[in-house]
Design a protein around this ligand. Structure first.
Ligand code: FAD
Ligand code: MG
Ligand code: MG
Ligand code: MG
Ligand code: MG
Length: 553
């Protein structure tokens, strides 16, 4: 029941076999997808669209390969090379997929409708508003920038979130150089104009700073020799280190490389105000404010919630959150037929301690009121699938076997027999929930979620319609529930400029330097969504190697 709190989706094979085939004429269920970013397109790509009537809404009629956006800011890669038109992406499915270029401004879950607005006025009264209804809604709207309400940021800083942002940054960089080259400009003014500030030392900020540095030393200094001595790049980071989501070795490598390159890294500073020529920041340790003149500032410090998501969360009582909470099947809690994936959502993992009596009862096959080690082993796989924190906890405690966890809970007296009662079982698992982690806001997570959700939708027919059904563990063999979403981290890259990169790969494997950059080139070429963009990106890289970057505005 729903009361048991987003339990397991019952997936009974026997029921699937006897389920009647949907009749040829039965109307197809309507699936409405909001957003054509990483999450939305990966869902659509893997969905068997012939089963549904699919509609897609996005104000941009293309998909953008965001990991290459920093390369667009300096012309290493052309904007056209990293975007793929949505209609081309789903050309083969065009019979079953309808795309509308419009923005969704309101989700009304109680009426199962979505309100949209097109930029072109289509109605008689001259506006482009229209309404769509759905049976299933897939919210994949992504996130927006977060200024943390810092005064002046919206007015004076550039952002790096969309393709248009990257193009604008490219023009602004060149503008700064042209401006500093004009006659009658004082040295002080030149220094100010050519001071490029990056706010935020996460992967995007760091990669942009590295790109900019390459652009300066490889191309611009040759073209603007008279002003090269005035150029400066600064990264402002509020934390102790840049790239703090990576392994410490990578952060240290990046900081050393930037120091050699002359990129200033100001850590422990929070930007409190931005005016048209000064950035004011506050030292976290000393509390003192410093203001620095700048020519151009790029804000890449954190992600925020889109207004339409904020409004929707208010409606369904999810207040004071950054993202929509879903259960482990990516279903928005208490909201029928609504799913959320990607940066606009977070999975809230159920705590095992909330379900502990139920888990105990499931495992206790013989109703003896105690669990033997064998009874625990029989359901262990299911427990770990349902509550991944159990595995994470054992790993963090360097335990290979759940028996070690149990041993810690039961007194010496019956250590030999290894039988636990409910109190001991609770005690053994009491710290496990501390390992619940939310997945990061990355393309990797978004696309895995899109993939997974499509798989659920493709099997929807066969699944018994009991999505919030009771927890059912069968013990080993035939699994009677649908596998919840589980993020698989495949590693992460940080390009650092000068043909060097750092990478963190599964199994605590860290690699840094020139060879890692080549690994980066090959991985990013292979990840392109079509052969067309792959050829374009690779030829952009080649063109840059041979001729350098284009420095016209
Ligand atoms: P998005 O990809 O942002 O898609 C949101 C979609 O919703 C878009 O199509 C948008 O047009 C549409 N939309 C917006 N508002 C509306 C509306 N009102 N109505 C309808 N549609 C709307 N991740 C990595 O894993 N590796 C990287 O190297 C990496 N590099 C990055 C570099 C940069 C510069 C940036 C900005 C991000 C990077 N990311 C990277 C993060 C990654 O891009 C995001 O995590 C990912 O895009 C999230 O996917 P999404 O589908 O949730 O959102
Ligand atoms: Mg999306
Ligand atoms: Mg995207
Ligand atoms: Mg997310
Ligand atoms: Mg028993």
């Amino acid at each position: 029941t729903a009361a048991s709190g987003g339990g397991l989706v019952a997936y009974a094979d026997s029921a699937a076999e006897s389920a009647p085939e949907p009749s040829q004429n039965a109307p197809k269920k309507k699936v409405l997808v909001l957003g054509t970013g990483w999450a939305g397109t990966s869902f659509l790509k893997n969905l068997d669209c012939s089963q549904y009537e699919v509609k897609v809404i996005s104000p941009r009629n293309y998909f953008a390969f965001t990991p290459l956006l920093p390369s667009v800011t300096c012309g290493t890669v052309e904007p056209r090379s990293i975007i793929e038109p949505i209609r081309r992406m789903f050309e083969k499915k065009s019979k079953d997929v309808t795309f509308y270029e419009a923005e969704c401004f309101k989700i009304d879950a109680s009426k199962k409708t979505v309100h949209c607005r097109s930029a072109v006025g289509t109605n008689l009264d001259g506006n482009g508003d229209f309404m769509l209804d759905y049976d299933y809604l897939v919210v994949a709207l992504g996130a927006t920038v977060n200024t943390f309400n810092t005064p002046g940021v919206l007015e004076h800083c550039d952002f790096l979130k969309e393709v248009e942002d990257a193009q604008k940054i490219r023009r602004s960089v060149i503008d700064c150089f042209e401006k500093a080259s004009l006659p009658n400009i004082s040295e002080e003014e030149k220094r100010k104009t050519l001071h490029f500030v990056v706010i935020g030392g996460g992967p995007t900020g760091v990669e942009f700073a590295a790109e900019l540095h390459d652009f300066l030393v490889e191309d611009l200094v040759k073209l603007y020799p008279a002003i090269q001595e005035f150029v400066k790049i600064t990264i402002i980071q509020s934390g102790e280190h840049i790239l703090n989501m990576f392994d410490e070795r990578i952060a240290a490598f990046a900081e050393e490389k930037f120091q050699r390159d002359g990129i200033e890294v100001a850590t422990g500073f929070r930007v409190v105000r931005v005016s048209d020529d000064l950035i004011t920041m506050k030292s976290k340790s000393v509390g003192e404010e410093v203001s620095v003149p700048y020519g151009m500032a790029v804000w890449s410090a954190g992600i925020g919630t889109r207004p339409v998501i904020m409004d929707f969360m208010q409606q369904i009582g999810q207040t004071n959150r950054r993202a929509l909470a879903t259960n482990e099947w990516l279903r928005v809690r208490e909201c029928e037929g609504v799913y959320a994936i990607g940066d606009c959502a977070t999975v809230s993992q159920r705590k095992i301690m909330d379900d502990i009596s139920m888990v105990f009862k499931m495992a206790d096959k013989d109703n003896s009121g105690t669990l033997t080690l064998k009874e625990i082993y029989d359901v262990l796989e299911d427990i770990c699938l349902r509550y991944p924190q159990v595995e994470l906890y054992m790993k963090s405690m360097h335990m290979l076997d759940i028996a070690d966890l149990i041993k810690g809970a039961i007194g010496d007296a019956h250590k030999e027999s290894m039988v636990v009662n409910i109190e001991e079982f609770k005690k053994a698992l009491s710290h496990v929930d501390s390992q619940v982690k939310s997945a990061p806001a990355t393309a990797q997570v978004a696309s895995q979620q899109g993939n997974y959700l499509a798989e659920c939708f493709n099997k929807m027919d066969k699944c018994k319609e009991q999505p919030e059904g009771p927890l059912r563990m069968t013990g080993g063999s035939g699994r009677h529930f649908f596998r919840p979403f589980r993020y698989k981290h495949l590693g992460q890259f940080a390009p650092l400029g000068g043909e060097q990169a750092a990478a963190e790969l599964p199994g605590d494997w860290v690699s840094m330097g020139h060879s890692t950059q080549w690994l980066w080139y090959s991985v990013y070429a292979s990840k392109q969504v079509s052969w067309r963009t792959r050829v374009l990106v690779v030829s952009d890289w080649t063109r840059r190697f041979v001729f350098g970057r284009d420095s016209s505005r």
